[in-house]
Design a protein around this ligand. Sequence first.
Ligand SMILES: C[S@@+](CC[C@H](N)C(=O)[O-])C[C@H]1O[C@@H](n2cnc3c(N)ncnc32)[C@H](O)[C@@H]1O
Length: 374
Amino acid sequence: MGSPGEQAALSLLDQYSCGFMVSQVLFAACELGVFDVLAEAPEALGSDAVAARLGASARGTELLLDTCVSLRLLQVETRGGKALYENTELSGTYLVRSSPRSQHHMLLYLARTTYLCWAHLAQAVREGQNQYQKAFGVPSGELFSAIYRSEGEQLRFMRALQDIWSVQGRSVMAAFDLSPFPLICDLGGECPLQASELPKLTLGLLSTHRPPCPLPGCSGALAKECVSLYPGCQVTVFDIPEVVRMARKHFPFPEEGRIGFQEGDFFRDPLPDADLYILARVLHDWADEKCAQLLARVHRACKPGGGILVVESLLDADGRGPLTTQLYSLNMLVQTEGRERTPAQYQALLKAAGFRDIQCQTTGGIYDTILARK
Ligand SMILES: C[S@@+](CC[C@H](N)C(=O)[O-])C[C@H]1O[C@@H](n2cnc3c(N)ncnc32)[C@H](O)[C@@H]1O
């Protein structure tokens, strides 16, 4: 037995080196539908009953469920010598597909796409570029052609990205009073989709157990939050043609009159008229030069007194935290051409493009906001 210091060091090392196993437990339980089966059951279930409903092995299911208990994703009670499992508040709220705050689709994307790119992290660090070629055999000269390399992959990405806004969309849109901006353009705004469309296009990659999904994950898109918070505003979502076409086909919201779509390339095409331009999780996809190019175009399109709202996960001033944002930044390395930035780095980019009155507002969540004026 080593000293307490050595034991602590080894335990930390163990925690880090097995971190991927923890992620896989979470991913597998989501993908199999463990949390959905338990949410639907009228009472706690034994592992044999869960295995039967999932069509999975009794041995594997028992091991998975017990590990989920240690991770506080499930709780267990022994009655009459039999272990009975239930969701915890965490899994019931964020992992059950039908929950309005579900992060299920983001977890599937992390499991099926992000995880495979991270297998090549060392190579990404060596080369300083994303790993689509190695992970999926696709060239990434055109970043979003690689990200949207099939219709199923595009839908998976779109659904995944919406999930966080069901939890954080309101605080992000409320961080500044946006009511002085009646006409808003969400550049690279993604588009909300009908949940019912997804399973058809992602066969084999979603849960084997698929309960009917009453459009939960679709409710968090930023444009929707915006029109609900600011009754006088209209939002144009501007995105590349493939995304807009899919959204037009599947757009599920009754607010349709106040949310419109325009297709185009924000690096090349004229930008829609607006009092405020939103760039949410867009700048982090791109290197400084491309950000400068895009911000200069937004500045040209912006009216005097008009605004720009940047929504991103912000690094601390010295770039050494928070850990989540540092990990996101490495994720930008393996999956995009960009990085996460400090408030000062965004401020410098905005200033160089001509914006003034740059203010930063933290939300207490993963994503913060920066508002600037022309
Ligand atoms: C990381 S996603 C962010 C989506 C959304 N703003 C959010 O925060 O959920 C980047 C978005 O930029 C869009 N995009 C990428 N290149 C674009 C271009 N050249 N013109 C317009 N939109 C683009 C993508 O289709 C995608 O919707």
